[in-house]
Design a protein around this ligand. Sequence first.
Ligand code: SF4
Ligand code: F3S
Length: 106
Amino acid sequence: AYVVTENCIRCKYTDCVDVCPVDCFREGPNFLAIDPQECIDCSLCVAECPAEAIFAEDDVPVEQRHMIELNAELARQWPAITQRQPAPADADEWNGKPDKLKLLQR
Ligand code: SF4
Ligand code: F3S
């Protein structure tokens, strides 16, 4: 499956949602997760993300490997999101900021 990594937190652009053919994005307050049970590895979402937050599971950087299990866990708890929404007003300010995991809201 593909995996959303930490740079999505507080950016949440949601461009990824519109291209997913199987609607496997799940929505939390300030982050999206991919449901690994539903993702068909089409890779379409990768290029859509302005935060470059999405990776194939095998390509997730070492320091982001914890996000693989976290996507699975959050996807079990969160509802589907099937349409793009406006990004947070300060999304661009958060793009690229390090150590955003502590800011994740559940
Ligand atoms: Fe959806 Fe394809 Fe991205 Fe998986 S790789 S989340 S199926 S767009
Ligand atoms: Fe997040 Fe990128 Fe989608 S910031 S909401 S993974 S477009």
